[in-house]
Design a protein around this ligand. Structure first.
Ligand code: SF4
Length: 349
């Protein structure tokens, strides 16, 4: 049996954060029943293509999946079940700390969700307000505690560096809060100011400060026992995100919902960013495995196999030797290298 990852996109949020360019709409609870029906139709319709596959990882992302009712969750899960969930090794659900209850978390845990990903983003309330988040830092800590009580033993927290007004000291407060909760996994993302978001034109990125915050945060997380296994991801031993590893190692996955991407049977395709047409339309994307293997492999601490590199590529990497880790069989980048990985990768491919 081939293994498959399933991604389910839930494109609704209570309100839109000022920096966010993910495909999501702000809405009030209960608005999305029609969406859930279309999503389920598209999951059911795709199933005949996945004969011979069994599902290894499931990931509900968004948007804010934790806004969905548990009736909707169960209906979507029932639609996925025929894909074969017996060999499931990870089931992640993204949650906004401002939208969870103990009952909801218990329900998710009972029905097989074994990994939660909480968007903490900052431990400083003024920074959360700047970002437009709907929760405070203490509400996020409370939500984390509820999740532990509900039985979650694998929880990830997202943190952002480069928030307008953030300093090394305020980043330290965020990291202190995250470490005090002792999550199994931390995603540590740099703020990108994207065109079309309210932040665009209002704030600018300070590359030097971002680099300083990234290296400082990475050092602190590593010193606290987290493996820096991907540019923006840190995990306690044994707790890498199995689903996200699929993306970086070119394993197969199917995405359902607007803007969701798939890599399946040697094709890359995606649904359009449109709530009406996503379930009936698929657009093809480019898939260049040799290039992508290098681009994505160098994002991870596992790196790329030396035997798969050309002599010209090895020569480029030699030029960047202070940023390169050579383990004998494979080549990876160190944290300083990840800061300039775009430059290194574009020279390589
Ligand atoms: S909660 Fe997440 S997906 Fe929703 S607007 Fe904020 S950053 Fe975007």
């Amino acid at each position: 049996m081939n293994k498959l990852g399933i991604y389910v996109h839930f494109p609704f949020c209570r309100s839109k954060c000022g920096y966010c360019d993910f495909y999501s709409k702000s809405c009030t609870d209960g608005f999305f029943t029609d969406y859930t029906r279309s999503l389920i139709r598209s999951i059911v319709a795709f199933k005949p293509n996945a004969e011979g596959y069994t599902v290894d990882t499931v990931y509900f992302g968004g948007g804010t999946p934790s806004l969905m009712s548990m009736g909707e969750f169960s209906a979507i899960r029932r639609a996925i079940r025929p894909y074969g969930l017996d060999g499931l090794s990870e089931f992640t659900f993204e949650a906004n700390p401002g939208t969870v209850s103990f009952e909801k978390l218990r329900h998710l845990r009972f029905w097989g969700v074994d990994r939660l990903s909480f968007g903490l983003q900052s431990g400083v309330d003024s920074e959360l307000a700047t970002l437009g988040r709907i929760h405070t830092s203490s509400e996020a800590a409370d939500a984390f505690g509820l999740a532990r009580r509900a039985g979650f033993e694998n929880i990830s927290l997202d943190l952002i560096y480069g928030i307008p007004g953030q300093t090394k000291e305020s980043l330290d407060r965020s990291i202190d809060l995250a470490l005090s909760l002792s999550p199994e996994h931390i995603s540590f993302y740099g703020l990108k100011i994207e065109p079309g978001t309210p932040f665009f034109g209002r704030y600018t990125e300070d590359d030097d400060l971002q680099a300083e915050l990234y290296l400082h945060g990475a050092e602190r997380l590593k010193a606290a026992g987290y493996e820096h296994y991907e540019v923006s991801n840190f995990a306690r031993p044994g707790f890498r995100s199995k689903h996200n590893m699929r993306y970086w190692t070119l394993e197969e996955y199917i995405g359902f919902g607007p803007s969701a991407h798939s890599l399946f049977k040697g094709r890359r395709f995606y649904h359009p960013n449109d709530l009406e047409s996503f379930s009936s339309e698929i657009e093809e994307g480019p898939f260049e495995p040799e290039k992508e293997y290098i681009m994505l492999g160098l994002r991870t601490s596992d790196g790329v196999k030396k035997e798969l590199l050309t002599d010209a590529q090895k020569a480029v990497l030699k030029k960047y030797s202070p940023y390169v880790i050579d383990s004998g069989e494979s080549i990876s980048l160190n944290a300083e290298g990840w800061l300039i990985s775009n430059r290194i990768i574009s020279e390589l491919i």
